[in-house]
Design a protein around this ligand. Structure first.
Ligand SMILES: NC(=O)C1=CN([C@@H]2O[C@H](COP(=O)(O)OP(=O)(O)OC[C@H]3O[C@@H](n4cnc5c(N)ncnc54)[C@H](OP(=O)(O)O)[C@@H]3O)[C@@H](O)[C@H]2O)C=CC1
Ligand SMILES: O=C(O)CCC(=O)C(=O)O
Ligand SMILES: [Mg+2]
Length: 737
């Protein structure tokens, strides 16, 4: 079984165009097969819309194949970050494909025929986080490796000072949100559920049929009251204004692809409330869709006739002027925090704020204290605790910190991140009921039109594996393992019961294993972190996501430097690269100045772990040696500070691949475990070393001017390859190897 290397989007895809040829050249000599699987947004669209394409444009469903593969004990997948597309991104990708001659249909916002219903359904299958939940058939083990921690101790990244009188705070709902309305049960048998809405007039409509629940599985349901949400959001606008704070909303519109764009829409409407009230009809006629962001709303105004259009534009401008200042995603281009739902992803944006001294960018391009609005209160307390900790003790000093590793419950679409197919914006007042196949009512919520109801599932086998992974990691590292679970939250209380049931199955003698609620766990962990002590955070799926950006960004400057392993439940392995995303900002910089600052360290480390598994499962000694020498090469790369810089004219992404290749070849040549590998790699090591200066100068000369990739979502292969492989000397050496 080959190693599968995924081709994705944006910065990681650019990096792949440069790195993969090098990896292929090295691994070939050890008899390791690498196969590429294209799961980019463009490829996923073409696969999902197959029916509307002529035979010659149809592509295989690579994601579907990978999904099957995750069930094989031989699976060995290197998964790079991919775009989780919001509607605006999806439409942009569709438009690009259409421009390139693919006959994919438009995205029907409001389908008016069966055909359009089918088109929308096909597109919705690639919308949002549509890759990760499918492939993640295992729990998650993420950590910053020791080599990276050692590097940071020598070269700490900048953390801006955090003032003790900083006014930055989190605002979150106090009741009637998902956290407060949660109800839970554990299934006592295999059963099939229906989610139904019993309307006030007594009629019952089904929201979801055929929901299969296994014995022992946890099922939660909860509802967010939309009237209370609006009240809360308006208070936040007023509070930001009166305290002169930036207003900033933080959601996860990609993974929570049904609920969070709706909540984002509420934020857009309440921020511009007078305009949406006064011009309700005109905005509806124009096709304004606040859930897709303020940018879409502004664009829709072009559908109106001139005087009206200008009047509404003015009203928005006045509202912006008179309201609180908005946090900016890109102050140079006037992109606010409310422009696009996928621009403010909570996991990356809040740690970035903490790193910047608890500040975000305002429209003048200056940093300013912020009101971080996190509507649902389930996990908001974690961030508030970090902010309070910084106010009290100042900014974190990376060179003095311990580390926080994560063991995350992720398998089988666990918890909230698997809820999108069970999430509904309620159309009319009534009661949402969950009923089983014997007609028993299992739980119910009173709802009003506009409320957001959702159900979540957590499989018992996933929990069991998670507890096992936590104990294993605690045993391997000797670090305390803290389960971040709140006894007073319905779902967590059930999980605590399961943790207590499974823990005695393992040898925990001498290990420190505790269960703390998320706020207490944050305090405990932060105190240890500042003391230079190490801790494992054992968390549910959402905190897995949040904490594996939060702690890496504090500790090592970016989540790109994480080792991210998913031991699959069926025995194979998936090796994710980093914990961050596809960094669209990096592509912008590359296109304008030919410098890609993406750090492929995550890819390097994932490759090492993948080769190690390949060696073990295929009895391939050479693969193991590739892994060991790669490890040493990474250490030397860090030691010599050869990672990409943010600045044009300095080391960029493809040049850093050369620096790695040079060291990797040297280590392979120097090792004495396998004479043949040493003999094969010695001439390569010599060549890379003797031509080093020329290669570096070729890389540097290629920077500084605009690059044309021939597309964003589907770059032209030859343009991409020549842009990302500008050193002719290196290319020749690799090709003739
Ligand atoms: N596993 C996955 O597939 C994931 C996918 N995503 C997707 O990625 C997209 C963008 O998400 P966003 O929230 O902006 O998060 P990103 O992680 O893409 O960006 C946040 C910032 O992190 C830094 N960063 C991340 N990776 C690297 C790297 N390899 N090298 C150097 N710096 C890095 C960059 O900071 P700086 O500006 O300082 O250089 C970047 O601007 C979305 O579509 C999202 O859904 C997000 C997370 C995981
Ligand atoms: O799938 C996604 O959209 C993002 C995943 C993510 O942020 C993570 O796993 O850390
Ligand atoms: Mg994340």
């Amino acid at each position: 079984m080959p190693i599968i290397y995924t081709k994705t989007d944006e910065a990681p895809a650019l990096a792949t165009a440069s790195l993969l040829p090098i990896i292929e050249a090295f691994t070939k000599k050890a008899g390791v097969d690498i196969e590429v699987s294209d799961i980019s947004l463009a490829a996923r669209i073409l696969a999902a819309l197959k029916e509307w394409l002529p035979a010659e444009d149809q592509v295989v469903d690579a994601l579907g194949k990978l999904s099957e593969l995750t069930h094989s004990p031989d699976a060995n997948i290197i998964k790079l970050p991919n775009i989780s597309a919001s509607i605006p991104q999806l439409k942009a990708a569709i438009a690009e494909l259409q421009d390139k001659g693919f006959s994919v249909p438009d995205y029907p916002d409001e389908p008016v025929s069966d055909e359009q219903e089918r088109i929308k359904k096909a597109y919705d299958s690639v919308k949002g986080s549509a890759v990760n939940p499918v492939l993640r058939q295992g729990n998650s083990d993420r950590r910053a490796p020791l080599a990276i921690k050692n590097y940071v101790r020598k070269h700490p990244h900048e953390m801006k000072p955090f003032a003790s009188d900083s006014l930055t705070n989190v605002a979150t709902m106090q009741d009637e949100d998902f956290a407060h309305n949660e109800k839970t049960f554990v299934s006592n048998r295999d059963q099939i559920l229906t989610v139904q809405l019993k309307q006030s007039d007594g009629t019952v409509v089904s929201l979801r049929d055929d929901l299969r629940l296994a014995k022992g599985e946890i099922f939660d349901a909860t509802v967010l009251n939309s009237a209370k949400l609006d009240e809360f959001l308006k208070e936040c606008v007023a509070r930001a204004k009166s305290q002169d704070l930036l207003y900033s909303i933080h959601l996860k519109a990609t993974m929570m692809k049904v609920s969070d764009p709706i909540i984002f829409g509420h934020a857009v409407r309440t921020f511009f409330e007078p305009v949406f009230e006064e011009y309700a009809k005109q905005l509806a006629d124009a096709g304004a869709r606040p859930n897709d962001g303020f940018a879409q709303v502004l664009a829709s105004l072009e559908n109106l006739e001139s005087p009206e259009r200008e009047e509404i534009k003015r009203a928005f401008a006045e509202s912006l002027e008179s309201g609180p200042r908005l946090a900016m995603v890109d102050s140079d281009r006037g992109i606010t925090n409310l422009h696009v739902p996928s621009d403010v992803i909570i996991d990356a944006s809040l740690p970035a704020m903490i790193k910047a001294g608890g500040k975000m960018w305002n429209s003048d391009g200056n940093l300013q204290d912020t009101l971080a609005v996190i509507p649902d209160s389930s996990y908001a307390g974690v961030y508030q605790t970090v902010l309070d900790d910084c106010r009290k003790f100042g900014a974190y000093q990376p060179e003095k910190l311990g580390t926080v590793q994560n063991v995350g419950l992720m398998a089988m679409a666990a918890e909230e991140y698997g809820s999108h197919d069970k999430t509904f914006e309620i159309p009319v007042d009534g009661m949402v009921q969950v009923v089983n196949d014997s007609g028993e009512l299992l739980l119910e919520h009173v709802v009003k039109a506009g409320d957001i109801w959702r159900g979540c599932q957590t499989k018992r086998v996933a929990v069991e594996d998670w507890v096992k992974l936590a104990v294993n990691r605690a045993r391997t590292t000797g670090m305390p393992a803290i389960f971040w679970l709140a006894q007073n939250r319905a779902h967590d209380a059930k999980l605590i019961e399961l943790v207590n049931e499974f823990l005695p199955n393992y040898d925990t003698v001498g290990l420190e294993i505790k269960i703390l609620d998320p706020v207490s766990a944050t305090r405990y962990t932060l105190q240890r972190l500042r003391n230079g002590e190490n801790t494992i955070a054992v968390t549910g799926n959402v905190l897995r996501d949040y904490l594996t950006d939060l702690f890496p960004i504090i500790e090592v400057g970016t989540s790109a430097k994480m080792l991210s392993i998913v031991p699959l439940l069926h025995g194979g392995g998936m090796f994710e690269t980093g914990a961050g995303g596809s960094a669209p900002k990096h592509v912008q910089q590359f296109v304008s100045e030919g410098h890609l600052r993406w750090d492929s360290l995550g890819e390097f480390m994932a490759l090492g772990a993948s080769l190690e598994q390949y060696g073990e499962s295929n009895g391939n000694e050479k693969a193991n040696i590739l892994a060991e020498t790669l490890d040493k090469a990474i250490e030397s790369l860090l030691e010599d500070n050869c990672s990409p810089s943010r600045t044009v004219g300095e080391i960029d992404n493809p040049e850093s691949h050369f620096h790695l290749a040079k060291r990797w070849a040297r280590e392979l040549s120097a090792q004495d475990e396998n004479a043949e590998l040493s003999r094969v790699f010695s001439p390569l090591a010599e060549k890379l070393s003797s031509d080093s200066e020329r290669i570096v100068s070729e890389f540097r000369q290629a920077q500084g001017s605009a690059e044309d990739l021939g597309g964003y979502y589907l770059p032209a292969h030859d343009k991409l390859s020549s842009a990302m492989r500008p050193s002719k000397t290196l290319n020749r050496i690799i090709e003739s190897f």
